[in-house]
Design a protein around this ligand. Structure first.
Ligand code: NAP
Length: 283
């Protein structure tokens, strides 16, 4: 029976550390500052932005929220980003996704200074991650690396399989596992023989976005199973990609949904913002 990896517990430990480091910075007159921009009134995004603000308060950061109307123009948004780029008290800038369809997320977010890109989505930072010389890591994959580390299982030499190849989860996840000396396979919707591949995984990460996608017959006994999916089941209840009830008896470690990967994402955003404040203050 797999041990449950608690994202809440791992996250609490890291946030306590961030709080201590923030107090040390405060003694030097530095308060990490995060600006979050939300365009439109997507209800899920509003909850995420509120959670980010609350998390900032809890660790002692300064934060600002910019709630912009759904008909915001590209130039208005770029002007806002440019003004935040030049502010000394703002160390991290985040453009909450999704933004309304008349705006190009990729094009606009590239105006965020790479030094303040705490999501680590800017092509400059993506390139630095690729070569293994980075200041910021994308929050969800970085949080997953912390969860794997918390099990005591070393990635080095392990067969790692990532299902999903998105720019925000699958691809950077594969890169971080590679940097940790895993032997990595990336699967996607065109992969042939998926279960044969996943069954070889000592570490299996699923980032597909489909409830009940990973079943027990796809999992190697004793594997570390990380469930990134955030889906709704038939009753509207939050669930992951992994069929938890049947996979838990087979796996060695497993993340629940909720309470697994989810809590780590904001924690790693805080970590990036702290790092940004340190770098921008020459520390
Ligand atoms: P995405 O951009 O939709 O990517 C999904 C990936 O799954 C794609 O690469 C797709 O392959 C692959 N896929 C779809 N059907 C498949 C199949 N039958 N077999 C194998 N692969 C298949 O999604 P995302 O942004 O990476 O997010 C994935 C999930 O993680 C979502 O549920 C999202 O809500 C969740 N998420 C959670 C957090 C968190 O903090 N917990 C953060 C981010 C995302 P193709 O590329 O071939 O289409």
């Amino acid at each position: 029976m797999a041990q449950i990896i608690s994202g809440k517990e791992v996250s609490a430990g890291i946030r306590a550390q961030i709080r201590r480091q923030t107090q040390e910075l405060a003694a030097a007159g530095i308060t990490p500052g995060l600006a979050v921009i939300l365009v439109g009134d997507d209800s899920a995004s509003k909850v995420y932005v509120a959670n980010k603000k609350k998390a900032c308060e809890e660790v002692g950061f300064y934060s600002e929220e910019y709630i912009r109307p759904a008909d915001e123009t590209e130039s208005e948004l770029v002007d806002l980003i440019e003004s935040l780029n030049s502010r000394r008290d703002i160390n991290g800038i985040l453009l909450q996704s999704p933004i309304p369809p008349h705006l190009d997320y990729k094009k606009i977010s590239e105006h965020i200074s790479p030094l303040k890109d705490v999501d680590a989505f800017h092509p400059y930072n993506v390139g630095r991650i690729m070569i293994g010389d980075y200041d910021f890591l994308p929050c969800t994959p970085a949080g997953i690396m912390e969860l794997i580390a918390s099990t005591g299982v070393s990635v080095a030499g392990k067969r790692c399989v990532v299902i999903g190849r998105s720019n925000i989860v699958g691809k950077p996840m594969a890169m971080l596992l590679l940097h940790a000396d895993g032997t990595v396979t990336i699967c996607h919707s065109k992969t042939v023989g998926l279960a044969d591949i996943t069954k070889q995984a000592d570490i299996l990460v699923s980032a597909v976005g489909r409830a009940g996608f990973v079943t027990a017959d796809m999992v190697k006994p004793g594997a570390v199973v990380i469930d990134v999916g955030m889906n709704r089941d038939g009753n509207g209840k939050l669930c992951g990609d992994v069929d938890f009830e049947t996979v838990q008896p087979v796996a060695g470690y497993i993340t629940p949904v909720p309470g697994g990967v989810g809590p780590m994402t904001i924690t790693m955003l805080l970590k990036n913002t702290l790092r940004a404040a340190q770098i921008q203050n020459g520390l």
